[in-house]
Design a protein around this ligand. Structure first.
Ligand SMILES: Cc1cc2nc3c(=O)[nH]c(=O)nc-3n(C[C@H](O)[C@H](O)[C@H](O)COP(=O)(O)OP(=O)(O)OC[C@H]3O[C@@H](n4cnc5c(N)ncnc54)[C@H](O)[C@@H]3O)c2cc1C
Length: 372
């Protein structure tokens, strides 16, 4: 028998579970995830940071709207979802104007001298260092707790999660005069009134299956490595640290240091893995900036950050394909924007207008891409 719900969400990353939890409060929801576990792709591979001065103005607005949930909400239990970390951007000779504008244009940013920056991160090499921009409020996000919190809420509210259920076909439901969809998976067919497309890097492919025009999503690979620190070096209190030229960043992680080349190579949707040359180049830039010799990589990985043509997410009903709702293109901010974005998506997909967010909703509207 075909299982039926008001909403079927395609994709079990942070986007899918967060909007699913919101919708399940008043509606029947089924979430279909291709992999045997939730968060297997981008959502399980992030740097897990909440940085309010990161990304374009739309991202920053959504991060600001999400911050109180991370800092104050006890919806998922008494343990906080974030821990203070700080975010340090370091600059070198010739980059005086750029670093000054990062401080001036940012919210709650501090300008640090080279000495102050090295007090926070003693391993920074002093050569050519001219100063840094510091966001003290930046925090580590407990992504596992966030994913678990949303998925538990989805189930507790009566929603259903089907793992290992890749969507292979989507058809308009001809038998139903009120519209709707029939979705095929190896686990059987599922029917619904509205599809939420939360398929991450695969969102354009899901759209094509449903007969909608793609928005032109471009997945970009980002790699990372976990390195061992020299004996006696304790980096646990360091902020996330990056070079202003965006060629490397690092962040303490369970007694090690996560180092990323900050790569953004365009790729097709796939189960991403790091490119050795890209990783080696990033580590070279890291070693130029930090007095740490990388002798061993303990673990490396890569994930996809998917962007629309204007780098702003696509959130809203498809302009031409009735009952098909987009929640895609979160790029590098899908985790830290999820509390606010899931609320907006749940309101829009149930015909409500999020209060005071008119301009933001227009910026997110997938209809802006026309026929891609
Ligand atoms: C290295 C790295 C660092 C990052 N750092 C940060 C950070 O510090 N802060 C931050 O906020 N964000 C960060 N991001 C970005 C963040 O991880 C993403 O924006 C976010 O995870 C996207 O979530 P998603 O649910 O849209 O995608 P995903 O987590 O990829 O989920 C999409 C899911 O859809 C499923 N799917 C696809 N097609 C189908 C189908 N046909 N049927 C069923 N299921 C399907 C996939 O299996 C997948 O599980 C980072 C990303 C990377 C790679």
């Amino acid at each position: 028998m075909t299982a039926t719900a008001d909403f079927i969400i395609i994709g079990g990353g942070i986007a899918g579970v967060s909007v699913g939890a919101r919708l399940a409060k008043d509606h029947s929801v089924i979430l279909l995830e291709a992999e045997p576990a939730l968060g297997y792709h981008s959502s399980g591979r992030s740097a897990a940071m909440l940085i309010e001065n990161y990304g374009n103005p739309v991202s920053r607005e959504l991060i600001g709207m999400s911050a109180p949930f991370f800092r104050e909400s006890d919806e998922f239990g008494p343990v906080p979802l974030v821990k203070p970390r700080g975010d340090l951007t370091v600059a070198y000779t010739g980059e005086e104007t750029r670093i000054a504008s990062i401080v001036d244009e940012g919210k709650g940013m501090e300008s640090l001298s080279p000495e102050e920056a090295r007090e926070l991160v003693p391993a920074l090499r002093p050569d050519r260092l001219i100063g840094a921009a510091f966001e003290p409020g930046a925090s580590d996000i407990d992504v596992e707790a966030l994913m678990q919190g949303f998925s538990r809420q989805l189930r507790d509210r009566g929603g259903r999660i089907e793992l290992a259920a890749p969507v292979e076909g989507i058809k308009a439901d001809g038998a139903n005069n009120n519209g709707g969809w029939v979705i095929s998976t190896p686990k059987g067919d599922f029917a619904c009134g509205t599809i939420i497309n939360a398929a991450g890097a695969w969102a354009d492919r899901v759209a094509v299956m449903a007969g909608a025009n793609p928005v032109g999503l471009q997945p970009k690979r980002r790699s990372a490595a976990l390195i061992r620190l020299p004996d006696g070096m304790d980096a646990s209190g360091w902020p996330m640290t990056s070079g202003i030229e965006d060629r490397w960043y690092c962040r303490p992680d369970t007694g090690r240091l996560m180092v990323s080349p900050a790569d953004a190579d365009p790729v097709d949707p796939h189960d991403a893995w790091p490119d050795d040359t890209v990783l080696a180049t990033g580590i070279h830039h890291f070693e130029e900036a930090m007095a740490i010799e990388v002798t061993r990589i303990e673990h490396s990985w890569a994930g996809l950050r998917s962007f629309t043509p204007d780098d702003v997410m696509a959130v809203g009903f498809d302009p031409e394909c009735e009952g098909f709702f987009w929640l895609a293109g979160q790029g590098g901010v899908g985790i830290c924007t999820s509390p606010a974005l899931s609320l907006i998506a749940a309101q829009l997909s149930t015909g409500q207008s999020p209060q005071g967010a008119g301009e933001l909703i227009a910026r997110l509207d997938p209809g802006r891409f026309g026929k891609a």
